[in-house]
Write a protein that binds this ligand. Structure first.
Ligand SMILES: *Cc1c(COP(=O)(O)O)cnc(C)c1O
Length: 399
């Protein structure tokens, strides 16, 4: 799409924050307007019957791409780095997960999936993949290169998610990738937590990196969108599979997602700063047993985190010292700035109770007390702390 950009600098030579702003932009194609239009489209008209039969057109059909979807694809590709051969956009993060698996697996194959995986991914592996003759084994997220010992002759993919979005284990992605590639398996990563800004997935050995753009890319809790970024080895199959399944994201969500992408770096920096501040504050509280935040020196995965990541987003978990369930709920119910709700990555703070013990199969979940996941939003951190203090007062009153 760089056709009209003769005078513009080569964005490949710039740094990620600049690429976030410049990637996929082509104002001269849109009368000089800074942003692409929201193209609502199905039919594309061709000048002649001959053009129609030869598919001779810049865009061929709404489902197959519009100026809005192309601008987003190019912008994301610009921050995924040189190894990214193509980006596909689908209607949700979960759709990105399922398309990634369907693109890389065939009937009779076996897939290794981290036990820390996002629960709906597990449901797809357990509920739908067996219908296609594909089996799943869950593995300890901390397995590292020893994943080689779990591989079977028919293992064709290893699915990683680092950190886990409830339990925050950091996986050794380069070691897992080396082991997988040695046996001809591909590595699929759910990179929603770090985004390509804080974890350079493709450069670390991942073949297919997906994100729920619903989260930090969107950033405003007002859209559903998934992305798949593929290296050249897997891109043809991803492209074919997305097209064959008939998936396309809606134009308004694409527009909002692209708009969010432009400011993601400044938002993430603030999520990181406030998140770390609150994580440290919580870790020092008497009511707290443990804080699961990879950016804390006390986190078991902190060394790997420092080696492989360039930043932390605003999502982490807290283990409370044992109290009755009613006390943990009183804490949550008292908070006013932290909403109780699924999803995260928006500008607002959230806090939810969770229990990984309800679904883990390869590892034992024994945190030692009630667990709460926190998303730190963009509010003033002093107000967030005051809110948490009210929560702890309510907890003390019940326990
Ligand atoms: C939310 C989420 C998804 C799914 O995204 P949706 O857009 O809600 O379908 C996938 N992976 C992770 C880690 C998530 O947090």
């Amino acid at each position: 799409m760089n056709k009209n950009r003769g005078e513009e600098p080569d964005i490949g030579a710039t740094r990620p924050d600049t690429r976030l702003v410049t990637g996929g932009r082509d104002p001269q194609s849109f009368h000089g307007f800074v942003n692409p239009p929201v193209v609502h489209a199905s039919t594309v008209l061709y000048p002649t019957a001959e053009d129609f039969l030869a598919h001779r057109a810049r865009y061929v059909y709404g489902r197959r791409g519009t100026p809005t979807s192309e601008a987003f694809e190019e912008a994301l590709r610009a921050i995924e780095g040189k190894l990214c051969a193509g980006v596909a956009l689908v209607p949700s993060g979960l759709a990105a997960v399922t398309v990634a698996l369907l693109s890389t697996l065939n009937a009779g194959d076996h897939v290794l999936v981290t036990d820390s995986v996002y629960l709906p991914t597990r449901k797809f592996c357990d509920g739908v993949l067996p219908r296609f003759g594909i089996s799943t084994t869950y593995y300890d997220p901390l397995v590292g290169g020893a994943v080689a010992g779990l591989m079977r002759p028919n293992t064709r993919a290893v699915f990683v998610e680092s950190p886990g979005s409830l339990s925050f284990e950091i996986q050794d992605i380069p070691a897992i990738s080396r082991a997988a590639h040695a046996r001809d398996a591909v590595v699929i990563m759910d990179n929603t937590w770090a985004t390509p800004l804080y974890f350079d997935a493709l450069a670390k050995g991942v073949d297919l990196s997906i994100q729920a753009a619903t989260k930090y890319i969107g950033g405003h809790s007002d859209l559903m969108l998934g992305t798949l970024s593929a290296n050249s080895g897997v891109w043809p199959r991803v492209k074919e599979t997305v097209g064959a399944l008939g998936l396309c994201a809606g134009p308004d969500d694409l527009y909002l997602g692209l708009r969010g992408l432009r400011t993601m770096s400044v938002r993430l920096a603030r999520h990181q700063e406030s998140g770390l501040y609150i994580a440290r504050w919580l870790a020092a509280r008497a009511e707290v047993l443990h804080v699961m935040h990879p950016g804390l020196e006390t986190h078991p995965g902190h060394e790997l985190f420092r080696r492989d990541f360039t930043g932390a987003s605003g999502l982490f978990s807290v283990v409370l010292r044992p109290v009755p369930v009613a006390a943990a709920h009183a804490f949550l119910n008292t908070l006013t700035l932290f909403g109780i709700g699924a999803s995260w990555g928006g500008y607002e703070s959230l806090a939810i109770p969770f229990d990984c013990g309800a679904f883990r199969t390869a590892t034992r979940w024994a945190p030692g007390g009630p667990t709460i996941r926190i998303h730190v939003g963009l509010e003033d951190v002093a107000d967030l702390i005051a809110d948490l203090e009210c929560g702890f007062a309510a907890l003390a009153a019940v326990s």
